[in-house]
Design a binder for this molecule. Structure first.
Ligand code: SF4
Length: 613
């Protein structure tokens, strides 16, 4: 892999590498990247999806790469840059400190401590702060690119974000994340890009290029405008009017699209082709009040802030118009509701052209890599989906000895998932038996929160002799730590747990796949996608749903063996893998491993002495 990456840098080419777990892919791109940057005076950006990988690169892999470079007589500099809201803005801090009426008394001590610390700090990153800052307060202190005054501001000399930026400008390798990569923010000038965890690139792009209008967006605008209402009473009235109308606006939209009266019921619906585009009048009035206040403001800095706030309100108005009017054929537009509120959304159904323009047409080498980039049929689909069909490709199998290390048990006697209640009861009963057969930790992967909760409730009554946790019980990192330490815990997860669990040894001995992870067929976005595929004469199932499900299934399977000494089994409870024609696609996508025939053999597998070749 390192040779292929070095060749991509030298030849200014794009490369996609699927490197199975255990290949050592981060060093395989960091070492050639470091050498290339140091010997040619270049800079490389490395983008990751998760914070965990970012930390691993910064705390383990980059220091190691720097030591190797030192042996070769080079001094490697590296830095991290994250999204704006991870940095303290000293201008906002100063404003808040000078306006005690704007924050609760309990926050005064934290604000004073931050002000004292910021005078000598070398970074404004949230992780370096001297005290815990609650999220509510942090959102009033973190850098807001819309309001950032940059070098023209009064605080530029003491700006901590500037110090972080300058460090990144001086570095040979800068670690960022996909959200920042796609955000349109000004990135340090760079000559090459490595995208690790590239399997998440498409989804990150979909959410980045998508739109969402929530109550929270209105509330945050109103909140920020309140800092100026003391000086401009007309703005206060505009804030009040917007607060009242925005609360009604989204609820009315949801009611019109058929939201049931019970607020606990969640759901959603595609917006009809023709929707009346009615932006709240009070939003227009709010914008006018902000502009009037800016016009009347004597201080240039305040004037600029008010104009930036008006620009934000204008973006919100534009987003509402774009979602309610059918502006683009390849955008799904829908409304969704749950206990947490109503959201108007739009999302692109494909992002290849946008990514191609933003990332791959700039004439710099781009290396994309991940342990799982495909559904096991080559990287063509992945490359097309991210807009780089011409990238060279390399697939490297995991060095692990799966036939010795991994068992696979397919249980095809459960009722099909379509028989909801029977299926959930059978899944819970079977999970209980699997837990009894496995002495180590068990990770149970679900495709829906509803099934997860139902099974969790049933398991809770039966499992008393070992810890039982579910995703969300506590923060992700703490949950992983507890799971690893317990050694025999049972952990239930959905979504991110299919790829975000990295626990080696007996603490993760068994992965249970409850249901084949097809995209949610009934969701508005999938409905829009089906129609879109139909309109192009393409098969939604073969070209999208099945490959996505197989890829996610491979990711789930990949949670099991994380090192050359790991040993464990994957159990699949969805009978469709054995009874439907497409089931073969899932089985063929897995590495060859030992077939287990039932629960007795599963128990025997774990009582055998490990014989890893
Ligand atoms: S330059 Fe931007 S981030 Fe820095 S202090 Fe000024 S407003 Fe805040």
């Amino acid at each position: 892999m390192a040779t292929a990456v070095a060749a991509a840098f030298e030849g200014e080419r794009c490369l996609a590498v699927e490197a199975g777990t255990g290949v050592g892919k981060s060093l395989a791109y960091l070492l050639p990247a470091a050498l290339w940057a140091l010997t040619h005076g270049r800079k490389v950006l490395v983008s990751t999806h998760t914070r965990a990988l970012q930390e691993q690169l910064l705390e383990k892999d980059l220091p190691l790469a720097a030591r190797v470079m030192k042996l070769l007589g080079h001094s490697l500099r590296y830095a991290m840059l994250q999204g704006a809201d991870n940095y303290l803005c000293v201008q906002k801090l100063d404003r808040l400190q000078g306006s005690p009426a704007l924050f609760p008394e309990a926050a005064a001590k934290t604000i004073a401590e931050l002000a004292q610390w910021s005078r000598t700090a070398e970074t404004g990153h949230r992780s370096a702060l001297p005290c815990l800052v609650p999220q509510g307060l942090w959102s009033r202190l973190s850098r807001d690119p819309d309001l950032c005054m940059g070098p023209g501001g009064r605080f530029w000399n003491s700006c901590l974000y500037r110090k972080d930026r300058e460090r990144a400008e001086r570095a040979h390798i800068v670690v960022i994340n996909h959200a920042l990569l796609l955000s349109g923010a000004r990135l340090p000038a760079h000559d090459a890009l490595v995208i690790d965890e590239a399997h998440n690139l498409e989804d990150t792009a979909v959410s980045h290029f998508g739109l969402a209008v929530t109550h929270g967006r209105f509330a945050s605008l109103i909140d920020d405008a309140k800092s100026y209402t003391g000086e401009f009473p007309a703005l206060e009235a505009a804030c009040r009017a917007l607060a009242e109308e925005s609360a009604r606006f989204l609820d009315e939209q949801a009611r019109e699209q058929g939201r049931p009266p019970d607020p606990a019921e969640s759901g959603g619906r595609l917006l009809p082709e023709k929707t009346a585009v009615l932006v709240p009048d009070s939003l227009v009035g709010f914008e006018k009040a902000l502009l009037a206040a800016a016009g009347a403001c004597a201080k240039e800095e305040r004037q600029m802030e008010l104009k930036l706030l008006q620009a934000r309100a204008s973006v919100l108005r534009g987003d509402i118009q774009a979602i309610l009017s059918n502006v683009s054929e390849d955008m799904a537009r829908w409304i969704e509701w749950s206990e947490r509120g109503v959201t108007l959304r739009a999302a692109p159904l494909e992002v290849a052209a946008r990514l191609s323009e933003g990332l791959f047409s700039r004439g710099i080498p781009v290396v994309m890599t991940s342990a799982t980039l495909s559904s096991g049929r080559g990287l063509k689909e992945f490359k097309a989906a991210v807009g780089c069909p011409e990238a060279r490709e390399l697939a490297l199998d995991s060095p692990f000895d799966y036939p010795s290390q991994a068992g696979l048990l397919i249980m095809d006697d459960l009722p099909p998932p379509s028989e909801n209640a029977k299926y959930m009861a059978a899944v819970a009963a079977r999970c209980r038996k699997i837990v009894d057969a496995v002495p180590g930790g068990v990770l149970i992967l679900f495709s829906s929160w509803k099934t997860l909760r139902a099974v969790h409730a049933k398991l809770k009554r039966g499992i008393k002799d070992r810890p039982l946790w579910m995703q969300g019980d506590t923060g992700h990192d703490a949950l992983m730590e507890h799971f690893e330490q317990a050694g025999n815990a049972v952990l239930l997860g959905v979504d991110t747990f299919w790829q975000g669990v990295d626990v080696s040894g007996g603490a993760l001995s068994c992965v249970v796949v409850v249901k084949l992870p097809f995209p949610n067929f009934g969701s508005p976005v999938e409905e829009a996608r089906r129609k879109w595929f139909d309109s192009m004469g393409r098969g939604y199932f073969e070209d999208f749903s099945l490959p996505r499900a197989v890829m996610k299934f491979r990711q789930g399977f990949g949670r099991l063996i994380r090192s050359s000494t790991d040993r464990g089994a994957v159990v699949v409870l969805d009978p469709r893998i054995a009874k439907r024609g497409y089931g073969q696609a899932f089985l063929e996508a897995l590495p060859r491993c030992r077939k287990l025939s039932g629960l007795d053999e599963l128990a025997a597998f774990f009582s055998e002495p490990a014989e890893i070749k």
